[in-house]
Each structure stands twice: as structure tokens, then as C-alpha cells.
Write a protein that binds this ligand. Structure first.
Ligand code: XMP
Length: 317
């Protein structure tokens, strides 16, 4: 029978044999998979693992710094790269969701490539690919394959000529979490909701500006913190907010104002393939809504998404 301890023991041994004294580069995302992959490889080869964590300017409020701190705490050799300006500049004026995804993917590869080149003699690229990623990327055919280009499998250009190592390739998500727990990875990282690679860019409907990112980060932060303090965070699969390209009317004294509408989305799910909208308590939603409207300048209306997947998707783009 599979146990995390035994998986760790065998995998660390195999990684050590495979990699020897070579250097390995790995892109951390803040998510469970890349973090667990990093810790396993770190156990096998220590400082020869070079981790890169890119700030694309599309992460949650304070996320870059707090996750970077956790990684450093875990003893990882990690370099944080501030590439916000490059991502914003590549996104300027783009409104099509797929073009936004492509631009983000392209800039990520450019940034990662540049950083990887600064590591002398790096031979391997490590990835946190898990079993469902492998399955999906071979079995998804037809139109759905092009609906969303969100698979990070095989995402790097050939000219990098790195050998690929994917220590989690046979595991399911729950097994990855168990391995992470056994490796003593911070619960902040292990219990995190899935978060899309393109981040807030696909939760801002329409074009991206740093100002819109700032508004959405504030809204999202209030929502997520409220879920945490109410003990609801672990009850939902994923939660977040969408900034809509809609100005709605409001009143301030006897003036009419036109400000932004945000939609809150929280779903329950086992694998993200199907999902139900989370039946959050009305009182909770009322408090979050008041909090957002009172605290976030530029937002005067909050709506809650009550669509299930299918036919709606979890993200709006
Ligand atoms: P949908 O919106 O298709 O999302 O129901 C299913 C899951 O995938 C995530 N998602 C993405 N993840 N890059 C990613 O890395 C993407 O472009 C992307 N689009 C959606 C979504 O957050 C949910 O967990």
C-alpha cells in the first residue's frame, strides 16, 4: 500500500541517483504542487536546487512576500523576481482572455529563461506536474483543448535543452498534500485553494491596469480573510472575486455615482471538473459585501455568483 513516508524515501533516493551533482532549476508558483516538488528535490540535492519565484503583478494581496518568506523558512534556495512591469506592459490593451493568457505565458518563459541562464551549468528543469495534468494534456482533444491554454505541461522552449524531472507525476492531489504534510510544509501553502496561473488577469474582465489589479486585490483580500476568520475557507474548493467592466449607479448623499461592480465566486468541488456554487450563509455574504463597499474605493456594488459548473465555469474568462 502507498504511504507518504515510503513514497518520500524511495523518491528522494531515486532523485539523488538520477541527478547526482547536477544543478536543477524549478519555478515555484506558491501552489501545492511546485512547493512539494521543490521540497522533495531539496531533500535529495540541497542547495543544487535553484528555485525561481516570479512576481507577475497578478497575485493576491501580499502573496508574493508572504509565500517567499515561507519558502525561505523551508530552507529552499529561492530567488524572488519582480517582473510586474514586464507583465503589465505585455498586457496593455489586451481584452481577449486567450490573448491575455498567451501574453502572460510568454513573459513568464522570458523571465524564467533569463533567470535560468544565470545559473551556471544548470542541467535539469523540475516541474510539479501531477497525474491529472498528464492525463488531461494527452486526453483533451477537440475544441476543449483550445478553450483554455492553462496547462503548464511541457511549457518551456526546446532551446533551453534541459532534462525534465517531474517527481509528482504519478500522484493525485490528495496524495501530494499528504506528502507535503509529511515533509512539514507550511499549512499556509498546503491548504491553499487552487489559483490560476494567469492570476487576477483572468478575473479582471477586459483589459488590465495596475489600478484595476489594486482594486481587485483589496476586494479579494477582504473576501478570503473573511472566509478564514469565519472558518469557511476550508469548506470551499476555491473562492475569489471578479472585477466586472460594468459601472453601476449608486447614491452618495444626494449625488449619483457610477462605480465598479464586483462578483464574488466560491465553489465546492472535488476536482475542479464540476463544481457547485457554495451556499455561504447570507449573514456572511452581507458582512463581506458591506465591508467591501465601505473599504474599497471605486466599488459600489457586490453580487454573488450562483452558477454551477457545468455549464458555467469556475472562472469568468
Ligand atoms: P474553469 O474556469 O475552467 O477552471 O472551471 C477550472 C480550474 O482551472 C483553473 N484555471 C486555470 N488555471 N491557468 C491555470 O493555471 C489558467 O489559465 C486557468 N483557467 C482556469 C481555475 O482556477 C479552476 O481551478
Amino acid at each position: 500500500d502507498w504511504t507518504p513516508d515510503q513514497f518520500i524515501e524511495t523518491t528522494v533516493q531515486e532523485l539523488g541517483d538520477l541527478i547526482g551533482n547536477d544543478k536543477v532549476v524549478l519555478g515555484l508558483s506558491g501552489g501545492v504542487d511546485s512547493s512539494v516538488a521543490a521540497m522533495l528535490i531539496h531533500q535529495a540535492i540541497g542547495k543544487n536546487l535553484y528555485c525561481i519565484f516570479v512576481d507577475n503583478g497578478l497575485l493576491r494581496h501580499n502573496e508574493f512576500q508572504s509565500v517567499l518568506d515561507s519558502y525561505q523558512h523551508m530552507g529552499l534556495n529561492v530567488k524572488g523576481v519582480d517582473a510586474k512591469a514586464s507583465f503589465y506592459s505585455a498586457l496593455t490593451g489586451l481584452t481577449d482572455p486567450e490573448l491575455k493568457r498567451k501574453a502572460i505565458g510568454r513573459v513568464f518563459i522570458e523571465v524564467f529563461d533569463e533567470e535560468a541562464h544565470q545559473i551556471a551549468d544548470v542541467k535539469w528543469l523540475a516541474q510539479g506536474t501531477i497525474y491529472p495534468d498528464v492525463i488531461e494534456s494527452v486526453s483533451v482533444k477537440g475544441p476543449s483543448a483550445t478553450i483554455k491554454s492553462h496547462h503548464n505541461v511541457g511549457g518551456l522552449p526546446d532551446y533551453m535543452k534541459l532534462k525534465v524531472v517531474e517527481p509528482l507525476k504519478t500522484l493525485f492531489k490528495d496524495e501530494v498534500r499528504l506528502v507535503g504534510k509529511t515533509l512539514n510544509i507550511d499549512d499556509l501553502i498546503l491548504s491553499r485553494h487552487p489559483f490560476p496561473g494567469p492570476g487576477l488577469a483572468i478575473r479582471i474582465i477586459g483589459d488590465i491596469t495596475p489600478q484595476k489589479v489594486d482594486i481587485l486585490q483589496q476586494v479579494d483580500h477582504i473576501f478570503i480573510q473573511s472566509l478564514r476568520t469565519s472558518g469557511l475557507y476550508n469548506e470551499v474548493w476555491q473562492a475569489g472575486a471578479m472585477l466586472l467592466p460594468v459601472q453601476s449607479v449608486g447614491v452618495m448623499g444626494d449625488e449619483r455615482t457610477y462605480e465598479n461592480v464586483v462578483a464574488l465566486r466560491a465553489v465546492t468541488s472535488v476536482d475542479g471538473m464540476t463544481a457547485d456554487w457554495a451556499h455561504l450563509p447570507h449573514e456572511f455574504l452581507a458582512n463581506v459585501s458591506n465591508d467591501i463597499i465601505n473599504k474599497v474605493k471605486g466599488v459600489n456594488r457586490v453580487v454573488y455568483d450562483i452558477s454551477s459548473k457545468p455549464p458555467a465555469t469556475i472562472e469568468w474568462e
